[in-house]
Write a protein of this length. Structure first.
Length: 277
């Protein structure tokens, strides 16, 4: 049962989507885009299409999960290949890297929209993102991409609550960001390094850890774990397994960040600068 105030927001979202008539949902399979895809399917049926971008910065497990979720929702689904690593503005990893990533994504979605005569592309930006360091949102605004979850003021906690009521498998899914977010700004991003980080994170995932990041600092891997999951590394055997495996991937040193998992931890210096501007 969805509380009345939240149901009012959901109804506003349905009306917003119906006003668009046809939409393409930029669909990653995360909490927000899954919620938006479900709402679009409910509001528009076959006039809604979810499109997932396949790239070097998107783990295979996430791609498979997105495909399964789209099937469960019942929304039409397609994939498109993006090539952000071919863009110097992305590969050089400046502080506005995400601007180039989102620009590449939306550039690749446009031909699909034209193919199906769809006038509106939507994505899962939420009110929580406003004011944070989000260059990708600047790209979306410049390219006319719509953010209906912001328009109806649906927050992350509200989206999770409604997603649970809707039996969406993502209602409690940990936050996820593309693999390029694991590198300090200014460190060049390559396919080889992305694969290295992906393999390291897949190993942690296979151990049953769910909320984590492997931050890449050259030969050093800095592991961020959720506070509740740090206890999983109290066993020497587990720590030894992780260390040994990471070294086979090319890391000489493996460390545990005592501050734990923080979304966008590599943005901390940037956001402080913005706040003080």
């Amino acid at each position: 049962m969805i509380p009345k105030p939240l149901q009012t927001k959901v109804n506003q979202l349905y009306n917003c989507l119906r006003d668009y008539e046809k939409v393409i949902v930029a669909f990653s399979g995360g909490v927000d885009s899954t919620f938006l895809a479900e709402a679009a399917q409910h509001a528009l049926g076959d006039n809604a299409l979810a499109v997932t971008a396949i790239s070097d910065s998107y783990p295979i497990r996430e791609m498979k999960a997105a495909q399964d979720i789209a099937k469960q929702i019942g929304i039409r689904f397609e994939t498109v290949h993006t090539e952000e690593l071919e863009l110097e503005g992305y590969a050089s990893n400046p502080t506005n890297r995400c601007f180039f990533c989102k620009t590449e994504l939306f550039d690749k979605l446009r031909p699909i929209a034209d193919k199906y005569n769809v006038g509106t592309i939507v994505y899962g930006a939420i009110p929580d993102d406003v004011g944070d360091h989000r260059p990708g949102m600047d790209a979306a605004k410049q390219m006319g991409i719509q953010a209906p979850l912001i328009d109806v003021d649906l927050t992350k906690s509200e989206i999770r609550e409604i997603s649970k009521a809707w039996d969406l498998p993502t209602w409690d899914k940990p936050a996820f960001a593309c693999l390029s977010s694991r590198f300090p700004y200014g460190m060049r991003i390559t396919r080889e390094l992305l694969r290295q980080v992906d393999a390291a994170e897949q190993f942690l995932y296979d151990l049953g850890i769910r909320q984590f990041r492997v931050r890449h600092h050259g030969e050093l891997a800095r592991i961020e774990l959720d506070t509740e999951e740090i206890s999983l590394l109290q066993h020497q055997e587990t720590r030894s397994q992780i260390s040994a495996h990471f070294k086979t991937l090319g890391y000489a040193h493996v460390t545990l960040d005592l501050q734990g998992y923080r979304s966008g931890s590599l943005n901390e210096g940037i956001t402080k600068t913005i706040a003080g501007a």
